[in-house]
Design a protein around this ligand. Structure first.
Ligand SMILES: [Zn+2]
Length: 397
């Protein structure tokens, strides 16, 4: 898997630089043409540069109508007619530095509307490429507005930055048991129990915040759908709950780990990533993950995105509260390319609560009291993160 990522990564760099070649081609700011054929959206990529950004739409054919428009101070809107798109393509844009959000949806059956919010002022827009495979829009950016007051920078979406919706993802489920531990305990059972307790804890401690569960029963949910659920529900924070395991049981390795999305670096990262990604053997269409591999590689090739920085912060808060509120040993913050975190364009963390293959850990993981402690620790970490998050974004409590 890692060889494949490296190979695709090189291709990814070529892909990213392509739009820049076309940046010198002048174009009108609005193009309208008539056409009948419906084309399909495959992917949206936003590539920020110093003074401008490119928004690239990969399509199955030539888009008949492309309308571009600046909305508010910092939103670039692109409308295309006779388009269709699946949820995965609509949610395909990944967080990038300077890009606050990318929201795409289909309006009036076949109009694709994409709003890209930048942390800087949008000064002008132009369509620099439109052919049978893609539409590339260049957005010129002005002064940074991320430090401005909420009124100025958040006119079109004041609640966007608040943790208005928290998505809890209980790992595995249904036909996928996850790791099997000492005494036959299944990872999926522990993750669901802790996820439910975390939900109850957050509901009590953070009233007004919407809590979304990717599953609330013992059923199977594909990895890509978990991120999709999070995006569709407008999630502002994503926490995926898992348990670790070693091949031999019992095994002395124990403790909790927090993982954030990056291409894996160590053998340890490769081991955990391949085990958690291994769940796709249960899914019918594995091909979709080929593009995710490429996206992981592309993301890894970039500087830290805004979401990645917040994900680190979130991981660090959860780590502190898990240290102080549970008997579990701290194994630190790690990075890996988890599919489940890729689809979610929001601060995201994957927590390995403990080892089901360890005699000490499994007691905490299995017991109701232990699960409650872990849920309380996760909730406290999220609440502490919310404070830091709100302060850093300067949008108040
Ligand atoms: Zn797992």
């Amino acid at each position: 898997m890692y060889y494949r990522i490296r190979r695709i990564r090189q291709a990814g760099v070529i892909l990213l630089t392509l739009p820049l070649l076309y940046s010198s081609i002048a174009a009108s700011t609005t193009e309208i043409e008539r056409g009948e054929k419906t084309v399909e959206l495959r992917d949206i990529t936003v590539t920020p540069s110093k003074a401008y950004a490119t928004i690239t739409f990969l399509l199955s054919g030539k888009a008949s109508t492309v309308v571009i428009e600046k909305k508010g101070t910092n939103i670039a809107q692109v409308r295309m007619k006779s388009l269709k798109a699946e949820a995965k393509a609509l949610n395909s844009a990944l967080p990038k530095p300077g890009v606050l959000s990318v929201k795409a949806h289909i309006e009036r059956t076949d109009v694709l509307v994409t709003d890209v919010r930048f942390s800087r002022e949008v000064t002008s827009m132009s369509v620099i490429r439109r052919d049978s495979a893609q539409v590339v829009v260049k957005v010129s950016l002005g002064k940074d507005i991320s430090g401005k007051s909420a009124e100025e920078s958040n006119q079109s979406g004041k609640t966007d930055w608040k943790l208005s919706t928290i998505v809890i993802d209980a790992g595995h489920g249904g036909k996928d048991p996850g790791a099997i531990g000492i005494g036959g305990v299944q990872e999926k059972t522990i993750t669901l129990a802790v996820a439910k307790k975390l939900r109850d804890e957050l509901k009590a401690k953070m009233p007004g915040v919407k809590i979304v569960m990717t599953r609330d029963g013992d059923h199977f949910v594909e990895l890509y759908k978990r991120g999709e659920i999070a995006n569709r529900q407008n999630g502002r924070l994503f926490i995926s709950i898992h348990c670790n395991s070693m091949p031999e049981k019992p095994h002395p390795a124990k403790g909790f780990e927090c993982w954030i999305l990056r291409p894996g670096k160590s053998d340890d990262a490769a081991r955990v990533a391949s085990r958690e990604n291994g769940v796709i053997q249960y899914e019918s269409n594995r091909k979709r993950y080929d593009t995710l591999d490429a996206e992981i590689a592309i993301l890894g090739g970039l500087a830290q995105s805004a979401s990645a920085r917040y994900s680190e912060q979130l991981a660090s808060e959860i780590r502190s509260s898990m240290q102080s509120k549970t008997p579990l040993k701290d194994r630190g913050i790690h990075q890996a390319g988890f599919y489940v975190l890729v689809g979610a364009s929001m601060p995201a963390v994957l927590v390995e609560l403990g080892y089901v293959s360890n005699e000490d850990d499994v007691k905490t993981l299995k017991s109701s009291a232990g699960q409650r402690k872990m849920a309380k620790a996760l909730a406290e970490g999220i609440r502490n993160f919310e404070k830091v998050y709100a302060e850093s974004l300067n949008v108040g409590k």
